[in-house]
Design a protein around this ligand. Structure first.
Ligand code: BG6
Length: 296
């Protein structure tokens, strides 16, 4: 269902028969809402988010491409998150992707202006799907369509903003003992020491070579988000905390308490595609009551 969202921007609403739903803006190809079968919102979107190009929407699942953060010469997080994507009405088949019938296919191709800042021709296909249990699945397929015979490299992230009750009650499992690059310390490499990751100050870390499954446990909400990823070796964990929150115009001063970004990413080792080659990166999110996850 295509309809008008904030400021008249086009959005697609997906509804699954069990009652869960999701919203995707063509602006940024960005998921801005994911609700479970009780109608509870699972993603964070700032109350101050600016739904107006060229500012990227603060929340949901921005797509960082062809550059993650400032790991290169482009604007922060690349340009895919502030371009208007199109509906891909006749996508090539997605062979291994779930049998879900509730999905939308979007496509982004570079304009001439884009080619001036990043001189590579590509087709970026994004499928957003809701599974029978309300799982949210994102599949990205990026193809090098250049005729000049040249490969290109990129970094990538699904910059997911999870909604949490209270950041001080949250922990992340699956990243302990791993190496990370600390953005707050000149991207230097460290090894995580703790048992699980908890939050009491600003964090901006790129965990490298992470397992395919990561869990975010929200003790107060009695909810666990399970993130499964494929083709995306890294995981970025970000919370701006109070000072950075105040410095962001499109983010409320206290909102850092109610969000956490855990981003399935490919950052440390850029992906390189030769002409005709395609890369695939997949993210699957589930939200389950914590009582069902004992022992995890
Ligand atoms: C995170 C980065 O992914 O995104 C942070 O690791 C960055 O360094 C944050 O501050 C937000 O970026 P932006 O461009 O959306 O304000």
């Amino acid at each position: 269902e295509l309809c008008k969202g904030i400021n008249g921007l086009d959005k697609i609403v997906l509804r699954e028969s069990g009652g869960s739903s999701a919203e995707v803006y063509l602006y940024g190809g960005q998921v801005t809402s994911w609700k479970n079968d009780h109608g509870e919102e699972l993603l964070f979107v700032s109350s101050k988010a600016i739904f107006k190009p060229p500012k990227a929407i603060r929340g949901g699942i921005p797509i960082c491409f062809p550059q993650f953060a400032s790991h290169g010469g482009l604007e922060s997080h690349g340009f895919a998150r502030n371009r208007i994507w199109s509906i891909d009405s006749d996508p090539p088949s997605f062979p291994t992707v779930s049998s879900s019938k509730v999905f939308i296919d979007l496509i982004l191709k570079p304009t001439e202006e884009d080619m001036k800042i990043w001189p590579h021709s590509f087709e970026f296909r994004l499928r957003v799907a809701l599974g029978p249990g309300g799982d949210l699945m994102l599949t990205s397929r990026i193809r090098n369509t250049s005729a000049d015979g040249k490969p290109f490299s990129f970094t990538f992230a699904y910059h997911t903003y999870f909604s949490v009750s209270d950041i001080s009650e949250v922990r992340v499992e699956g990243l302990e003992t791993l190496d990370y690059l600390d953005n707050l310390q000149n991207k230097e490499r460290f090894t995580e020491q703790g048992d699980a990751i908890t939050f009491e100050s600003e964090i901006d870390k790129i965990y490298v070579s992470t397992p395919t499954k990561i869990a975010i446990l929200d003790h107060e909400k009695k909810r666990t988000f399970v993130l499964r990823k494929d083709g995306l070796p890294d995981a970025v964990v970000w919370n701006p905390w109070d000072k950075k929150a105040k410095a962001m115009a499109d983010f409320g001063d206290d909102e850092y308490k109610h969000m956490l970004c855990v981003e399935a990413a490919a950052v440390e080792k850029p992906i390189t595609l030769k002409p005709g080659e395609e890369w695939r990166g997949r993210l699957e999110l589930s939200a389950v009551p914590s009582s069902y996850c004992s022992g995890q």
